[in-house]
Write a protein that binds this ligand. Structure first.
Ligand code: C5P
Length: 285
C-alpha cells in the first residue's frame, strides 16, 4: 500500500489517529519468534485520537483528553518511540479519546499519527518495514485505509469496502494482547478465501462478513467475561446486522443499516450501561 507524500511543510500539525476495527481476524499460524500469522480485514472509523506536533529540540509528550489518565508520557509510550525511531524530535500532544488496550489500535494509531506528523513537518516518511518494528498494527494504521492484512501485519493489500455504520462498545476492561493469543486453542485456523468476493453493497458485504470470524473472540471472552455481555447487548439492539469483537478485545462492534439506527442503538446501550464506552461510528472511505 502506498502512503501519500505530504504536500507542504508546516510549523504545527494536527493529525487524526482513527480507531482500527478488525472486521474479521483469522489466526492462521505462528512464527518461530512467537508472533502469530493473521488474515484480517481492517477498516478505520471517524472515531479516534488526535496528535498535535511541532518540531522541537527534544521529543516531549503531553497527554490530555478523556482517556489521558494512566497513559505514560515517557519513552515507554509508542508515540515517543515513533518520534525517536524516525529521528525527528517533536513536541507532541496526544488527545486521548480511545480506551487503551482495547483492540481498536489506539497505541498503534497514535504512533502512526506521530509518524505522519513528522513527515508533514518536513521529517522523513517512515516506510512500512520500519513502522512494523514499532508494532504489528502500525503499518496498517500508517496508511489508515481499509485493507486485508496478512503475515503479522506486514502484508497489506488496500481493500476498498462499502461504507459501514457501527456502534463500538468497550466495557472498560483492558485486555493484554499476549494473554489472549496464549489462550488460543488452535493457531492453524483457516484463512479467508484467497480471492475475496466483490460486494455490490453494504448488505452483501455484511452477509459475507457473517461467514468470517475473529478467532480471538472466544479466548478473550474467557479472560474478560464482560465481552460476552457486550456482545449480547449489541445483538439485542434493533435492526443489528452483525456483532463481533475487534482485535484482541475487549472492544466489540455491531453493524447497522444506517447511521441513524447506529446512533439510536448507541444511545440506548449507553443509557442501560452508563459505565461502558459506547460510540456510533462510520467507516472512513
Ligand atoms: O506488535 P504489538 O506490540 O502490537 O503486539 C503485542 C503482542 O501481541 C506481541 O508481543 C505478541 O505477543 C502479540 N502478537 C502476536 N502476533 C501478532 C501481533 C501481536 O502474537 N501478529
Amino acid at each position: 500500500m502506498k502512503v501519500q507524500n505530504p504536500p507542504a511543510l508546516l510549523s504545527m500539525v494536527k493529525v487524526f489517529a482513527p480507531a482500527k476495527i478488525n472486521l474479521s481476524l483469522h489466526v492462521t499460524g505462528q512464527r518461530n519468534d512467537g508472533y502469530h500469522l493473521l488474515d484480517s480485514l481492517v477498516a478505520f472509523v471517524d472515531v479516534g485520537d488526535q496528535v498535535t506536533a511541532e518540531a522541537a529540540q527534544h521529543t516531549s509528550l503531553t497527554v490530555e483528553g478523556p482517556f489521558a489518565q494512566g497513559v505514560p508520557t515517557d519513552g515507554s509510550n509508542l508515540v515517543v518511540k515513533a518520534a525517536e525511531a524516525c529521528g525527528y524530535p517533536m513536541a507532541l500532544t496526544l488527545d486521548k479519546h480511545l480506551p487503551p488496550s482495547s483492540g481498536i489500535g489506539g497505541g498503534s494509531a497514535d504512533a502512526a499519527a506521530a509518524l505522519r506528523a513528522a513527515a508533514r513537518l518536513g521529517g522523513p516518511l517512515m516506510g512500512h518495514d520500519h513502522a512494523l518494528l514499532l508494532g504489528a498494527d502500525v503499518p496498517v494504521c500508517l496508511a489508515s485505509k481499509s485493507a486485508r492484512m496478512r503475515g503479522i501485519g506486514n502484508d497489506l493489500v488496500e481493500t476498498p469496502l462499502p461504507a459501514l455504520h457501527l456502534v463500538l462498545v468497550n466495557p472498560r476492561v483492558e485486555v493484554a494482547t499476549p494473554n489472549v493469543f496464549k489462550r488460543l486453542d488452535r493457531k492453524d485456523n483457516a484463512p479467508m478465501p484467497d480471492t475475496l468476493p466483490e460486494w455490490p453493497d453494504s448488505l452483501a458485504f455484511v452477509d459475507w462478513l457473517g461467514t468470517q470470524r475473529n478467532d480471538l473472540q472466544e479466548p478473550a471472552a474467557k479472560l474478560a467475561p464482560e465481552i460476552a455481555a457486550v456482545l449480547v447487548s449489541l445483538a439485542l439492539s434493533p435492526d443489528v446486522l452483525l456483532t463481533r469483537m475487534s482485535g484482541s478485545g475487549a472492544t466489540c462492534f455491531a453493524i447497522y443499516p444506517d447511521r441513524a439506527t447506529a446512533q439510536d442503538a448507541a444511545a440506548q446501550i449507553s443509557q442501560s450501561n452508563p459505565w461502558w464506552w459506547v460510540k456510533a461510528a462510520t467507516t472512513l472511505p
